[in-house]
Design a protein. Structure first.
Length: 58
């Protein structure tokens, strides 16, 4: 959470907490879907999802 606040000072602490939890939820949920685990570049795809959530402005 502190890294989000450091890198995005416009984000309030409570919002940073929500953003971090959203990343954890998305990555954990997607990694549990069996047919998605067969994707050859799943880790890259999950990283892209996490980045999109962390950098979203609205």
């Amino acid at each position: 959470m502190q890294l989000v606040i450091t890198e995005r000072p416009e984000v309030a602490e409570g919002d940073a907490r929500v953003i971090v939890h959203a990343v954890f939820t998305a990555v954990n949920d997607l990694a549990r879907i069996e047919h998605l685990r067969e994707r050859p570049h799943l880790s890259d795809d999950l990283l892209e999802v996490a980045r999109a959530i962390l950098l979203a402005t609205q």
